[in-house]
Design a protein around this ligand. Structure first.
Ligand code: C2E
Ligand code: CA
Ligand code: CA
Length: 756
C-alpha cells in the first residue's frame, strides 16, 4: 500500500505531460523546449511542419535543424540573441527563414529561461509563430507610404519649378531621398524619336549612366528592356526580380551589382505623345505591385502634366524672344543680351561693336521670286552669317530684312571692319539657290562701337542704325557712326590692298644682320629681316606692315617666301674663314599656329640643296607659350629635321622655368630692351646675367640683340653671352652688301678689335 501513492504520482505526471502535449499539438504556433548548455532539443510541437516546413521529428534531431533555416541576412542577429538567452536574457526576435521548400517566411519567437537552484540556465522554453502575412502587409503599407511621400514631394516642386531640367533633377532627388528608391533616372526621347538620353539621375554617381537606343525593327532582345517597352507601348513596365533576368544594359548590371532587385519603367507623356521614361530601382524583390504601380502612374502623370506646362511656357517664351523664321533672337532678346555683354565689357574694358546689316532692296526679292523664296533666302542668310562670323558673334534678326551683329573683344575699327567684311561678305559671296533660281543679294552695314559711340544698348543700336542710314544714302557697303573711324578703316583697307599687290608682285626684300661670336669675334650667322620696297614710299620697316599681313593671313605666303628666299640668297655667300654660315628667319605666331607648320618648313627647304642645319627659326617667347603642348610637338618635329630654334625677345614674356626646360629649342635671344638698359639699370643687369646662367644650365646658347656700344659688348662677354648682334657690328645689310661685309670682316683681322 505504501508504494501506491508513488506510482500514482508518476502516472499523474505522465498523464499531465500527455495532456500538455495534446494541447500544444492543437496550437497553430510551435511550442519548443531546448536544454542548455547541451542544446539538446527536448520538445518541438507538431505545428513545426506548418511553420518551419520540417516535421517535429526532424526538428528534434538537433539544434542546427532550426539554425540552418535562418535567412543569411538575419542569422547573425538571431544567434547573438540566442547566445544572450543562454545566459539568462529573454529571447525575443522577428526573423526570416528560408524553408526547405525554398519559400521565405517571417517568424516571431519568444522564449523564457528556466534555471536550477544555482540560478544557471538549464533550459529555454518558448513558442514560434508564422507572422509572414502581417509583415508583408506592413511592408506594403510602408512602400505605399514611401511612394505617397514622393508623390507629395514632387507635387510640391511641380508648382514652383519653371525649368525642365530643374523639374527632372528634383524629381529624381526626391524619389531617392524620400522614396528610398536608391537609383532613379529620367530619359527624354530625342528629336528623332530613336534615342533616349539621360536627362537627370540620382543615386548613380559616380557612375554616369549611358543611353537607351530604341530598337529599329522589332529586335526582341532589345524590346525586352523595360525602358524601351515602356516608351514603345506607353504603359508602365515592371521587372520584379532583376537577378533572374539577363542584364541587358550597363544600368541594369550596375543596379544588380548594388543589390537592386526590382525596377519599374514609367512612360512620360507630353502633349499626347511619349516624351521619355522614368526608371526607378528598389532593393526588394516584388516591390512593385498593383497599388504601387497605381500610385507611381499617378506620379508619372503629374510629371507629364508639369512637362507639358513647361513646354507651353517654353514655346511662349520662344515666340516672345525669337524670330520663328530664322530661329535667331529678336530685337527684344538682342537688347537684353547686348545689355549683359556691355556690363561684362565695361568691367573688362573691352571693345564691343554693334552692327546693323540690312539687305538691299529685299522687297524686290519678294516681288520677283515670291515670299516663299524670300523666306528661304533669309533663313539661309542667317545660317551663312553665323557660319562666317567669329565664335563670339551674337546674331539677331531685328527687322524683316535686317540683322544685328554684336562683336566683342575687337581691337580697332579696322579689325571690326575686316571681321564684318569676312562675315557679311562671306555670307553673300555665293548666290542663293532657291528652286533652281540663283538669287544674289547685297547688304549695307552701319556700325556703332562701345565705348566711344554710346554706353548702353539703346544708344548703340540707335547710332548703328543712324550709320546704316548714312551708308545707304552714300551707297557705302559699311559705315561707322564716327567719321574718323571710317577714315582709319579706309587707311587700313588701302594699305591692305597695296600689300596684296606687294605679295603678288614680290615687292619684299630681305636685309641681313650679322651675328658675332662673343669669344672669337667671328661672324656666325645672319638674321634675315624683311622690308617692303613700296614703289610709292620706298623701304618700309616690318613694324608698319607685318601686323596687317598677320591680320589678313597674307603672312603665311610671305613667311614661306622669306624662309626660301633667305636660304637661296645665302647660297651665294661664303665666309673667308670659320664655320658654316647660319641664316635665321623670323616666324610669326600665325605661321606657327597652322596645323601644317612643320610641313611648310620642310617644303621651304626641300630641293634647295641646303642642309636644314643652316636654318635657324626665331619665335617670340609669348607665341611659344600660347599653346605649349602643341608647340612643343611642332618644334620637336622641326628640330628633328635639323633646323635650329631660338626664342626671340626673351625676357618680355612670362615663361615659367619648368616650361623652358621642356621646350625643344637651341638658343635664347635676350630682348633688346634689356641690353639697352643693362649698363644703366642694375635690375636689367641682374636679369641679363640670370638669363645667361639659366640658359647655360639648360644647355642653351644665348644671343644678345641690339648691342650698340662697346660697353654693352664688354659686359655681355664678361657674362659669357655666346653671340652678339646689333648696330655696333653692323646694321641690317641689303643682299648686295652682304658678301663684301663677309669678306672684309669675316677674315678675322678687323673682327679682333671687337673682342679687345
Ligand atoms: P626682331 O626679330 O626682334 O628683330 C630685331 C630688330 O632690331 C630689327 O628691326 C633690327 O633692325 C633691329 N636692330 C638690330 N640691331 C639693333 C640695334 O643695335 N639697335 C636697335 N635699336 N635696333 C636694332 P626690324 O628689322 O625693324 O624688325 C622688327 C621686327 O619685325 C623683328 O623684330 C621681327 O619681329 C619682325 N620681322 C622682321 N622680319 C620678319 C620676317 O621675315 N617675318 C616675320 N614674321 N617677322 C619679321
Ligand atoms: Ca628676330
Ligand atoms: Ca627681338
Amino acid at each position: 500500500m505504501t508504494e501506491e501513492p508513488k506510482v500514482s504520482a508518476k502516472a499523474r505526471l505522465d498523464e499531465l505531460l500527455e495532456r500538455v502535449r495534446a494541447i500544444a499539438s492543437t496550437l497553430p504556433d510551435v511550442v519548443w523546449s531546448v536544454a542548455v548548455p547541451s542544446h539538446k532539443i527536448i520538445y518541438v510541437s507538431p505545428a513545426a511542419e506548418a511553420v518551419f516546413g520540417k516535421t517535429d521529428e526532424q526538428m528534434s534531431k538537433s539544434f542546427s535543424e532550426w539554425s540552418d533555416l535562418l535567412h543569411p541576412d538575419d542569422r547573425g542577429r538571431v544567434l547573438e540573441k540566442w547566445e544572450h538567452a543562454t545566459h539568462g536574457a529573454p529571447f525575443e526576435a522577428e526573423y526570416r527563414i528560408v524553408t526547405p521548400q525554398g519559400g521565405m517566411r517571417w517568424i516571431q519567437t519568444k522564449g523564457r529561461c528556466a534555471t536550477d537552484a544555482d540560478g544557471d540556465v538549464v533550459r529555454i522554453d518558448g513558442m514560434a509563430r508564422d507572422v509572414t502575412e502581417r509583415r508583408e502587409h506592413e511592408e506594403r503599407i510602408s512602400h505605399l507610404t514611401r511612394i505617397r511621400s514622393v508623390l507629395s514631394g514632387i507635387n510640391s516642386i511641380i508648382v514652383r519649378v519653371r525649368e525642365r531640367e530643374d523639374l527632372l533633377r528634383e524629381t529624381c532627388r526626391i524619389a531617392v531621398e524620400q522614396g528610398g528608391f536608391g537609383m532613379v533616372w529620367i530619359g527624354l526621347l530625342d528629336a528623332g524619336g530613336r534615342e533616349v538620353k539621360v536627362a537627370a539621375h540620382h543615386g548613380f554617381a559616380p557612375d554616369v549612366p549611358g543611353e537607351l537606343k530604341l530598337p529599329a525593327g522589332g529586335s526582341t532582345e532589345l524590346q525586352d528592356r523595360a525602358g524601351c517597352r515602356a516608351i514603345l507601348d506607353g504603359i508602365p513596365v515592371i521587372v520584379n526580380d532583376l537577378a533572374r533576368v539577363h542584364p541587358h544594359n550597363e544600368l541594369r548590371r550596375l543596379a544588380v551589382k548594388r543589390g537592386y532587385r526590382s525596377v519599374i519603367a514609367l512612360p512620360l507623356i507630353e502633349s499626347g505623345a511619349t516624351a521619355g521614361v522614368m526608371i526607378m530601382y528598389a532593393k526588394e524583390i516584388d516591390f512593385f505591385n498593383a497599388d504601387e504601380v497605381k500610385l507611381l502612374s499617378e506620379l508619372a502623370g503629374d510629371i507629364s502634366l508639369a512637362l507639358e506646362h513647361i513646354g507651353i511656357e517654353e514655346r511662349l517664351k520662344f515666340l516672345a524672344n525669337y524670330d520663328p523664321l530664322t530661329g535667331l533672337p529678336n530685337r527684344a532678346l538682342m537688347h537684353e543680351r547686348l545689355t549683359q555683354r556691355l556690363a561684362a565689357a565695361r568691367q573688362k574694358q573691352v571693345h564691343t561693336a554693334v552692327a546693323v546689316a540690312d539687305v538691299k532692296r529685299f522687297r524686290l526679292v519678294n516681288e520677283t521670286f515670291g515670299r516663299h523664296a524670300g523666306d528661304r533666302v533669309l533663313r539661309e542668310l542667317a545660317q551663312r552669317l553665323r557660319a562666317h562670323g567669329p565664335e563670339s558673334l551674337e546674331l539677331a534678326r531685328v527687322s524683316p530684312d535686317s540683322f544685328a551683329l554684336v562683336l566683342t573683344g575687337t581691337r580697332d575699327a579696322a579689325d571690326i571692319a575686316t571681321t564684318l567684311e569676312r562675315c557679311v561678305g562671306g555670307a553673300l559671296a555665293a548666290p542663293f539657290l532657291i528652286d533652281g533660281e540663283e538669287i544674289r543679294i547685297a547688304m549695307t552695314t552701319g556700325v556703332a562701337v562701345f565705348p566711344p559711340d554710346g554706353d548702353d544698348a539703346e544708344v548703340l543700336f540707335r547710332n548703328a542704325e543712324a550709320a546704316l542710314k548714312r551708308a545707304k544714302r552714300a551707297g557705302d557697303r559699311i559705315l561707322f557712326y564716327q567719321p574718323e573711324m571710317n577714315a582709319r578703316v579706309a587707311e587700313t583697307l588701302i594699305l591692305e590692298n597695296r600689300l596684296r599687290r606687294a605679295v603678288q608682285e614680290e615687292q619684299f626684300v630681305l636685309h641681313y644682320q650679322p651675328k658675332i661670336s662673343a669669344v672669337s669675334g667671328r661672324i656666325t650667322g645672319l638674321e634675315a629681316l624683311i622690308r617692303w620696297l613700296d614703289p610709292g614710299a620706298g623701304l618700309v620697316p616690318p613694324g608698319k606692315f607685318i601686323p596687317v599681313l598677320e591680320e589678313t593671313g597674307m603672312i603665311l605666303d610671305v613667311g614661306t617666301w622669306a624662309i626660301r628666299k633667305a636660304l637661296i640668297e645665302s647660297r651665294n655667300w661664303r665666309l673667308t674663314r670659320g664655320g658654316p654660315l647660319r641664316i635665321a628667319v623670323n616666324v610669326s605666331a600665325i605661321q606657327l599656329r597652322q596645323r601644317d607648320f612643320v610641313d611648310t618648313v620642310k617644303r621651304s627647304i626641300d630641293g634647295l640643296g641646303i642642309a636644314a642645319t643652316h636654318l635657324d627659326l626665331e619665335l617670340t617667347e609669348s607665341m611659344v607659350m600660347e599653346d605649349i603642348e602643341e608647340n612643343v610637338r611642332k618644334l620637336q618635329a622641326v628640330r628633328d629635321m635639323g633646323v635650329n630654334v631660338a626664342v626671340d625677345d626673351f625676357g618680355t614674356g612670362y615663361s615659367s622655368l619648368a616650361y623652358l626646360a621642356k621646350l625643344p629649342v637651341n638658343a635664347l635671344k635676350i630682348d633688346r630692351t634689356f641690353v639697352d638698359t643693362m649698363t644703366r639699370n642694375p635690375h636689367s643687369m641682374t636679369l641679363v646675367s640670370t638669363i645667361i646662367s639659366l640658359a647655360h644650365a639648360l644647355d642653351l646658347k644665348v644671343i644678345a640683340e641690339g648691342v650698340e656700344s662697346e660697353e654693352q659688348a664688354k659686359l655681355l662677354r664678361l657674362l659669357k653671352c655666346d653671340e652678339l648682334q646689333g648696330y655696333l657690328f653692323s646694321k641690317p645689310l641689303a643682299p648686295g652688301e652682304v658678301q663684301d661685309f663677309l669678306m672684309s670682316r669675316g677674315g678675322g683681322t678687323q673682327v679682333e678689335s671687337w673682342i679687345a
